[in-house]
Ligand binder design. Sequence first.
Ligand code: PHE
Length: 351
Amino acid sequence: MSDLKRQAEDVRSSFEQAIASVTATDALQELRVRYLGKKGELTALLKSLGKLPPDERPQAGEAVNALRGQIEEKIERKKQDLTRAEDAAAEALDKVDVTLPSRGRPAGAFHPVAQTMHEIVSIMLGLGYSVALGPEIEEEHYNFECLNMPSWHPARDMQDTFYFPADEETGRRLLRTHTSPVQVRSMLQYGAPLRIVCPGKVYRRDNDPTHSPMFNQLEGLLVEEDVSFSVLKGSLRELMNGFFGRELKNRFRASYFPFTEPSMELDIECVECGGKNLSCRVCKGTGWLEVCGMGMVHPFVVRSGGIDPERYNGFAFGLGLDRMAMLKYGINDLRLLFDGNVSYFLSGRDA
Ligand code: PHE
């Protein structure tokens, strides 16, 4: 055996040993340089071919080139194996094991709107109210007719309301546009006296940064004998101060709803600036926040609920739970509440 051939065998066996102990792609790259690089062991053999006597060159050249081919192939195959294993390991590291206990944070939390709903409901339970619920797919009859909004009423417009295709048996059904139909359903179901709050989803054909086609309301209804407007004012003051955790200035403005008479809207002092910042982004510098529509229940509605308006009267109010959540938790874009990205809320908590 010529010297060169022996050297080639030495290179082969040292390579075989070396590659067997390589376990990572970067070590494999070093190995490639050590054998096939410019100053590599195999490259040195190739270079020395030129020093052989001409008659030995073809045979020796063939052997060294064959060895190079085998080394290249083995490195390539090993590279594929190692890359696959490294990718799998990285993927395993990335995987979230949902069965593990959480670190640092509580294992779950209420959505801010659900949290808001629970807080308001619990204040109202303290004032003697019960919770009543109604269907989100509602009949025109309860959503509009019973609430003193006859067929010509502008709020019944197709532009504002999601209607289902008409059905001969049930008439035209719709996604309720407010929680007020639960007033009538509850009066019919329970009679008077009655104190209820009705939280739930409502739907309108609206979609922009401050309006969502689905949002959440909470309705309140009290029907008793000799109810005065001052009871309504006191109850709402209790609700707002309880919810925001401090005494807030408030004002009642005359307004209009077909189902209450007289109707009012409640403004509270801006919870962000207290009316002290003319460029406040929350109250737009007015110092006031509109939070709630209300009024004394219209006798027409009391009668729709099967109750004698000569004997009983009452009040009702409706507020937006999403808006209340945004005000309390400093959330400035309504859409954040519905896009399912929890990092916004979690980062707030960690900070
Ligand atoms: N239903 C009204 C609305 O959606 C709110 C409201 C409820 C007003 C009860 C008065 C009484 O805007």
